[in-house]
Design a protein around this ligand. Structure first.
Ligand code: SF4
Length: 304
């Protein structure tokens, strides 16, 4: 659940009435604006909805009921004075919400939808599919699993290709993500490739960041200690707590996996060798809050 999230409410004070279009023009405060056709709305809980326009670059905004009423006013083209006059809210609060909706690309002048724009990146990220095997059978998995794993020659050539491309194209850093399948099932190769990548990065003057993506079912202690010593981060996938996770992430034998993952996470934290990230995958509203609670209780470094 990546991306920034900001809560918009009429109580917020968010600045001026004019903003900058993606092309750099300023919008007049008395011009017409309309709700972006491509903006997707999803329920967060009983009080809030999230809005995201994939064509914009403003990330996700979260609206309370009053801010949502402001947005609804733009279902047909409307001006800011129209909105102020039509809602029983202080003008300054309406202005603040409109300003933020505009910044997020959720409303735009009729006929001028935001165009996607991307910041220039200095880091080249590559996923290395080191194992096609996995000890889980997640319901949504797209990997056609087999016993195959990446061999060392292919792995070194892949590292060379990524790092050389980064240097040639002016990147200053590379991030390698060791993935699968379950990447830890090819742990020896992960450590070999990480060592090789660090040598090559030093030669080329590149910063190297690395993360092991794991389902967390079985991460041997010696392996995680070696990763910690090398500076490789670990990301453990969690699809909710207990039954919510188990419903989507059964083992090959169809058994629950949550207890194993929780045990692994607790061990990693207790050892203090690594600081894992947790990506909470939303499969329904009931999964989010307990999962966030789990993250807090277990002192994860970050939620996404
Ligand atoms: S852990 Fe990943 S690779 Fe394994 S079954 Fe689940 S989604 Fe697929």
């Amino acid at each position: 659940m990546g991306g920034d999230r900001e809560v918009v409410s009429p109580a917020a004070t968010l600045g001026s009435l004019t903003g900058r279009l993606h092309g750099g023009d300023l919008w007049p405060s008395d011009g017409h604006w309309v709700h972006a056709r491509d903006a997707a709305e999803f329920s967060v809980d009983a009080e809030y909805v999230g809005i995201f326009n994939p064509a914009g670059d403003g990330g996700v905004v979260v609206l309370n009921a009053q801010a949502r009423k402001v947005l609804r006013c733009f279902d047909t083209p409307a001006t800011l004075p129209d909105i102020r006059a039509g809602l029983p809210l202080p003008s300054a609060e309406v202005d603040a919400v409109v300003n933020r909706l505009q910044q997020a690309g959720v409303i735009h002048p009729p006929g001028q939808p935001p165009r996607p724009s991307f910041r220039e990146s200095t880091m080249l990220t590559a996923w290395l599919h080191v194992s096609n095997a996995c000890n889980l059978r997640c319901s949504y998995c797209y990997v056609h699993k087999s016993a195959a794993g990446m061999d060392e020659r292919t792995g070194r050539a892949s590292v060379d290709a990524v790092l050389d491309a980064a240097a040639i194209h002016g990147f200053t850093a590379v991030k390698l993500k060791y993935a699968g399948g379950e990447a830890s099932l090819n742990s020896a190769l992960v450590l070999i490739l990480d060592g090789y990548a660090r040598e090559r990065a030093a030669e080329l003057g590149l910063d190297l960041h690395a993360t092991l993506l794991s389902n967390g079912v079985a991460l041997p202690k010696l392996f995680t200690q070696a990763l910690a010593a090398a500076g490789v981060r670990i990301m453990v996938s969690l699809d909710g707590i207990g039954a919510a996770h188990d419903a989507q992430r059964p083992t090959i034998a169809g058994k629950p996996s949550f207890r194993s993952v929780a045990r692994t996470v607790t061990r990693l934290l207790d050892e203090g060798w690594v600081t894992p990230d947790s990506r909470v995958v939303r499969d329904g509203l009931e999964s989010i809050d307990p999962a966030r609670g789990f993250v807090r209780e277990n002192r994860f470094s970050r939620t996404e």
